[in-house]
Design a protein around this ligand. Structure first.
Ligand SMILES: [Zn+2]
Length: 409
């Protein structure tokens, strides 16, 4: 990028700060999904002022009902285009919803508070900071009279924090967006994310027989059976944890798949009653080399064997959701442009890594669109109290995105 351009970004830092502050001060809390209309109107105005063409999409009620959404704002997505008549389109996706805030914040979560190089506020890091950086990059490109090298399309969607199926997932499924390449939130600094693990959620029910604790021989203790089952599942877990993905991860330990039991746990009614039923949850994360159906079968096999051995109790497993791992196609040209942009900006070699958690980019990856995640850096406190983002990183992220917009073709 030209020196002129970098000067523009540095001398207009106050623009990105005031833009992010305005975004934080619209509490788009999800669930239930609040102030969506307000923020879409704000972003729409901003995009139009920058010369982009915008349109809105409303997610139909029928789809909202299907995913259990029956309260909060209407689900509105905004799509904004800057077309230069190129053959290809870079799509930059952003979600504008934020997770709720607790009362443990030291500052008002919906007021942008600046302390040195940090801006505190709910959504500062996840991911209103990115929205500010991307819009800032566009404004700087326009302001310096530069043209993108390919068509640009931006989307601003709701509900990422509750799975994204009623936001970006809907737009992608319906073919309402264009993307030869896609970018959105992900890792920061020299790290770029290229995909995420898959996830299976299940609920295991262990049924025994309740009886009075003075006559335990008349019952079958579901809690004790669960303990035996747990040790069987623990063996499966050990086996699973020996697997390693061939993809890089920022933390080496995350290269393994994982199995977490008991995130939700219930059972037992009274101190003097032999528990007749116990339930616990399973969260299973899959590396790209694993397959959702096989992972389910591994769990079912343990349970089947258990039921065959203990015939006076009954274990069942119910899968409540499953998503396969997602990984960006390895597009050399795209990866090279992003990696150069990151190196130029951070001075460090770009590192492409898989993320343990999922973002909306998976909707593009599943369609075979090359998709990379890059974000402004904060305290990695996304969903907890006192979330913040570094102001310097907002500027750097704008540089990275601007560089990609003007070099990728
Ligand atoms: Zn996010």
């Amino acid at each position: 990028m030209s020196k002129n351009f970098f000067n523009y970004l540095e001398s207009n830092r106050k623009n990105v700060i005031s833009l992010l502050s305005s975004l934080i001060e619209m509490p788009t809390v999800n669930p239930p999904g609040e102030n969506y209309e307000k923020i879409v109107s704000f972003l729409e105005k901003r995009c139009r002022e920058t010369g982009l063409n915008t349109r809105r999409y409303i997610t139909p009620k029928k789809i909202l009902r299907k995913f259990g959404i029956n309260e909060g704002s209407g689900r509105i997505s905004l799509v904004a285009d800057w077309s230069v008549g190129a053959k290809k389109t870079l799509h930059i996706a952003s979600h504008y919803d934020v997770v709720p805030a607790t009362d443990k914040w030291r500052t008002d979560p919906f007021k942008a508070v600046i302390k040195g190089n940090r801006i505190y506020g709910r959504g500062s890091e996840d991911m209103k900071g990115n929205i500010a950086s991307v819009l800032f990059a566009l404004e700087a490109i326009k302001g310096c009279g530069i043209r993108p090298a390919l068509d640009l399309q931006l989307s601003f969607t709701p509900d990422e924090e509750t799975g994204g199926r009623t936001g970006l997932g809907y737009l992608v499924r319906k073919g309402l967006v264009k993307a030869d390449y896609a970018m959105s939130e992900g890792y920061s600094s020299e790290y770029v994310s290229i995909g995420n693990k898959g996830v299976i959620w299940a609920e295991v029910t262990v049924k025994g027989k309740a009886s009075h604790a003075s006559m335990p021989h008349r019952g079958v203790n579901a809690f004790e059976r669960m303990a035996i089952l747990w040790s069987e599942l623990e063996k499966l877990k050990k086996r699973i944890e020996r697997r390693r993905t061939r993809f890089n991860m920022r933390d080496a330990v995350s290269r393994r798949p994982s199995l977490v039991m008991g995130g939700l746990l219930e059972g037992g009614v009274k101190v003097n009653v032999v528990p007749g039923i116990v339930r616990f949850s399973i969260d299973r994360r899959l590396i790209p080399e694993e397959n959702v159906n096989l992972a389910r079968k591994e769990l079912e096999k343990v349970i089947k064997r258990f039921n065959a051995r203990y015939r006076d109790s009954k274990v069942s497993i119910k899968f409540s959701s499953q998503e396969r791992p997602s990984i960006s196609p390895d597009d050399r040209n795209f990866f090279k442009v992003v990696s150069r942009a990151v190196e130029e900006t951070t001075g460090r070699r770009a590192r492409f890594c898989l993320m343990p958690g999922a973002t909306d980019l998976r909707y593009f990856m599943w369609k075979g669109v090359p998709a990379l995640g890059y974000s402004a850096r904060g305290g990695e406190t996304w969903h907890s109290d006192n979330e913040f983002v570094y102001i310097d990183s907002l500027i750097d992220t704008a540089k990275v995105y601007a560089s990609v917009m003007t070099k990728l073709r």
